[in-house]
Design a protein around this ligand. Structure first.
Ligand SMILES: Nc1ncnc2c1ncn2[C@@H]1O[C@H](COP(=O)(O)OP(=O)(O)OP(=O)(O)O)[C@@H](O)[C@H]1O
Length: 319
């Protein structure tokens, strides 16, 4: 059974004789939130433009919600919303006028929808101000509102949180989670601001030089790339570093380090040690050994963030 909602099959595209994407193949299921990650110029935006039918591939086939973007681009654009780098807003019109204008293009007649979206993105009190006077973050939020006017079942978001302050990022991520949970909206996000995607995307596609170099959920990628586990433990052992068990210690470049129960550690705070464990199974063993000799107030994995994974996938060095 083929359940792919978005399907790219061996897609290649060149501009002026230069290959921009090559042999792209991937599937996205309906209702999924997928992060398309890669450095500048790796082909993320080009991939989105191929999917929404703005440009055509030189080779390969693709489907979006059963439509072929090459011949049914209007159909794809009817069921999808897009946010690109340039927000595509009219600066001399106010927020309501912008949404009303684009609403007409999408055939959205319900004026209530505009009020709802302004409220959702906390722009109601700026509704009648010219968009030219908006901050970058406000424009980005209005661009997201514009993309959602016609309640699309699919969203293409190119750097949706760029230019937003931490509060704005949290708000936008919250809205995306909500529409995905309530309406099953499929979301494809391009970004290189990785920590913002953490906890939002269910899986990732890593692009480099126009190719997909890796894909998977965070857990799948962690299993494959992060062989060791770093565990930050707030413990009395960090305080009385020289008295416990079989622990040994040395100071290298000013950082206190040693081993305890055969597991290497470095001191990362007055009450904190960062242990390097061979696998998850060693966590219980370490905590048991620690509790036998001192107190433990907290233990949390470190270095398993998306950025660490990203560099691991790209062949960079691990923390
Ligand atoms: N219409 C075009 N004509 C010529 N070259 C293009 C065109 N569109 C994209 N490119 C080139 O294709 C490459 C990939 O661009 P693309 O915008 O897809 O990358 P990206 O991964 O989205 O980058 P960024 O993270 O900077 O947005 C770049 O070298 C870009 O200059």
């Amino acid at each position: 059974m083929n359940t792919a909602y978005i399907k790219m099959n061996d897609i290649s595209k060149s501009f002026d004789g230069k290959t921009i994407v090559e042999g792209l193949s991937f599937d996205i299921a309906q209702g999924d939130i997928v992060g398309l990650l890669g450095p500048n110029g790796s082909g993320k935006t080009t991939t989105v433009r191929l999917l929404n039918g703005v440009i055509r591939p030189d080779k390969g086939s693709l489907r979006v919600a059963g439509l072929d973007p090459q011949t049914e681009g209007d159909g794809v654009r009817r069921i999808s919303g897009i946010v690109t780098e340039g927000a595509g807003l009219y600066h001399d019109m106010d927020a309501v006028q912008n949404l009303a204008f684009f609403g007409r293009l999408y055939g959205v007649k319900n004026r209530q929808r505009i009020a709802e979206l302004l409220d959702l993105f906390e722009l109601s009190e700026h509704a009648d101000k010219p968009v030219g006077t908006f901050s970058t973050g406000m424009k980005k939020r209005l661009a997201l509102a514009k993309a959602m006017l016609h309640e699309p079942e699919l969203l293409f978001l190119d750097e949706p949180t760029n230019g937003l302050d931490p509060e704005g990022i949290r708000q936008v991520i919250g809205v995306l989670r909500k529409i995905n949970a309530e309406r099953g909206t499929t979301i494809l996000l391009c970004s290189h601001v990785l920590h913002q995607l953490e906890g939002l995307c269910r899986s990732y596609l890593f692009m480099e030089q126009g190719r997909i170099i890796e894909r998977g959920t965070q857990t799948e990628l962690e299993r494959k790339y992060l062989k060791q586990l770093k565990l930050r433990v707030t413990t009395g052992l960090a305080v009385s570093a020289d008295t416990a068990g079989d622990m040994t210690e040395t100071s290298v470049m000013g950082a206190l380090q040693g081993t305890f129960a055969g597991m290497p550690w470095v001191r990362t705070g007055p009450e904190q040690l960062e242990f390097t464990l061979p696998d998850r199974g060693a966590v219980s063993e370490l905590l048991r050994e620690l509790l036998a000799v001192t107190w433990v107030a907290a233990a949390e994995p470190a270095g398993r963030d998306l950025e660490t994974l990203y560099f691991a996938v790209r062949g960079g060095r691990l923390k």
